[in-house]
Design a protein around this ligand. Structure first.
Ligand code: NAD
Length: 350
């Protein structure tokens, strides 16, 4: 199977490429603009594989997308390219609208055009997997879970643009019969995660003995999933998911942010002891505007229909992740030096 993976140089996209090429034997064509979040080093394990190729383009470029479809004749698209950081969306939403909404629209149109020219067999089996987030559902109180029928209620510019792109994807299925499947996944963590996000930021700040910032009182809850479990879920959804359906993806690993940070500190105390404890570095900082209280995924549909199970618990996944950052300064130190050194993002000016 030949798959176009958009955003393949990003955190989740690169895990998808490694899984698809090395475990599933798919041919992969990455389409990625290489924004600050895109990193060819994350693709190093597959870069020289004959099953892998790379196209550096903006998904908003319709001519380039049409050329790529027609040249590579894909059997599927797994669409991950997006602006992904909520804090950046608060202070600069325009690029989120462009990439997440206009970019998705451009890609849907390119896929539609490609299928209108393709033979019937290819058109019948083609899949467009649109990768989205649980943040489109908004915020939960202390009880309950998001299911595939939870109404959309996004809070941040990021989640609003993802919700908009999900609606476009669904409309292209209903109106044009494009075989779209949407996945809505909870917060990911793991290797190759850009150090602006909570878990890698805390690990790297702890390593530098810098303050470990926790938004608000730290009681916001996220439902964490190890990135390779997400990649396996996308492989299954691509192979056996039903067009027109949404699939929630989550590992049943709800944690308060403060507990995530404490767990990383305990891990660091064991793996890289210092004279005091890393726990002493924790600092509570002003909350994120519009910060959703709690996310929690009910992944029953994915588990029962496609027999997916998360392989990592939060405990095993965090241990692996901390160890990976301790071992891979070659990957993250250029990013900390040149791209993002840990400053606070996304605060509204008074
Ligand atoms: P990321 O920011 O690490 O990677 C995004 C990739 O998209 C980068 O390689 C970047 O260069 C590329 N890109 C950005 N704009 C582009 C454009 N205009 N044209 C082409 N390429 C472009 O993001 P991620 O965390 O890997 O997330 C991937 C997808 O998964 C996103 O759609 C995101 O909404 C979704 N998602 C993420 C999470 C999470 O916890 N990270 C959870 C659920 C869903």
């Amino acid at each position: 199977m030949r798959v176009i993976v958009t955003g393949g140089a990003g955190f989740i996209g690169s895990a998808v490429c490694r899984h698809f090429v090395l475990d599933l034997g798919h041919d992969v064509v990455v389409v990625d603009k290489l924004t600050y979040a895109g990193n060819m080093d994350s693709l190093e394990p597959v870069a020289s594989n004959p099953k892998f190729s790379f196209e550096r383009h903006d998904i908003c470029d319709a001519d380039a997308m049409n050329r790529i479809f027609s040249q590579h004749q894909p059997d599927a698209v797994v669409h991950l390219a997006a602006e992904s950081h909520v804090d950046r969306s608060i202070s600069g939403s325009d690029v989120f609208v462009k990439t997440n909404v206009v970019g998705t629209f451009t890609l849907l149109e390119a896929a539609r055009r490609y299928l209108s020219l393709a033979d019937r067999a290819r058109a019948k089996d083609f899949r467009f997997v649109h990768v989205s987030t649980d943040e489109v559902y908004g915020s939960l109180d202390d009880v309950g879970h998001f299911t595939e029928t939870t109404p959309y209620d996004p809070s941040s510019p990021y989640s609003a643009t993802k919700a908009a792109s999900d609606h476009l994807a669904k409309a292209w299925h209903r109106t044009y019969d494009l075989p779209v499947i949407i996945s809505n996944c909870s917060n990911n963590y793991g290797p190759y995660h850009f150090p602006e996000k909570l878990i890698p930021l805390v690990i790297l700040n702890a390593l530098d003995r810098k303050a470990l910032p926790v938004y608000g009182d730290g009681s916001n809850v996220r439902d964490w999933l190890y990135v390779e479990d997400h990649a396996r879920a996308l492989g299954l959804i691509l192979a056996r998911g039903r067009p027109g359906e949404n699939y929630n993806i989550g590992g049943r690993n709800e944690r308060r942010n403060i507990d995530v940070v404490r767990q990383i500190c305990s891990c660091m105390d064991r793996l890289r002891p210092i004279e005091n404890s890393h726990h002493d570095l924790i600092r509570f900082v002003p909350d994120r505007p519009g910060h959703d209280r709690r996310y929690a995924i009910d992944a029953t549909k994915l588990e029962s229909e496609l027999a997916w199970q998360a392989q990592e618990t939060f405990e095993t996944g965090i241990e692996k992740t901390v160890q990976w950052y301790l071992d891979r300064a070659d990957w993250w130190s250029p990013l900390r030096r040149r791209v993002y050194s840990g400053e606070r993002l996304g605060l509204l000016k008074a």
